[in-house]
Design a protein around this ligand. Sequence first.
Ligand code: PMV
Length: 320
Amino acid sequence: MQATAIAQPNIALIKYWGKRDVLRNLPAVGSISITLSTLYTEVSVELDDGLPSDILLVNGDENEAMLGRISACLDNVVGEQRPRAHVASQSNFPIAAGLASSSSAFAATTVAAAGAARRLCDTGDLARMAGSASGSAARSLYGGFAELKNAGDTINLSSLRDVDSWPLRVVVAITETACKAVGSTEAMEISRRTSPFYGSWIEQQDNDLDVARAAIAGKDFAQLATIAEHNCLKMHSVMWASRPPMVYWNSATMRCMQTVRQLQEEGCNVFFTIDAGPQVKAICLPEDEKNVVRALSETPGVQEIMTSGLGPAARLVARS
Ligand code: PMV
């Protein structure tokens, strides 16, 4: 029994940073994201009674490091008594480098595993299962704008806007392709235990979510820009003040932020956001994309530029 799924990574505009319950992977804060269109991960899962153990190939190479989390995700979707699986994952962008590759990888794995096992699930069920593996993956079960809530006893999502109703553009400036030093689960726990700013981060999140939700509902780009940058910089302040400190930026990250500031001063509708890695994502209106691409390409230290629109939800593409 085999199935293949495709999922696009999503980028948080209001960030998920911190867990309320590590075992069940419940977030300590709500978050709001946009799902991208041009970046994707394709995962095929083949359940095979003849296999002695699970096998994971990432971009063609056997990957031991991620195997434990992928096996746990399959146990959750298919059941612990399941046949072993051959899982092959292919992404068209750098993985584990702060480009949300875990969101697309676990979303696609969940959908492919459910397809291979012939499990009938609705989007909410799939999002809950993907979210147990990686919180941000739950959001890739939705296209366009999605919200992962910090409410109730389970992973809980809603769609805020569909993919076509506000066609923002995302320009990703890649400043480094090496894997990140500290994974997000460990980093979130270090922040919770040691950052003096963690408490106020949690306390202020509902306000940031309200402002962003209203901006998205009203297509108010300026309001969304201000709250998204503020929320991103607060998350990084929590990380920087942790012990040990977690600084995911490099000098080119900083230069890209200055480029975005300069563009804003020239009247360009653009804002930045940065996740657990050194890449800068510049979100802009379609008419400003050309200028954003040009300015970021000319920024010293930028290795590559990727552009994207908003994309669809994770989906099954083949089953046999
Ligand atoms: O879902 P995880 O464990 O990969 O954590 C995601 C953390 C951030 O990307 C930094 C923020 C977010 O909301 O996506």
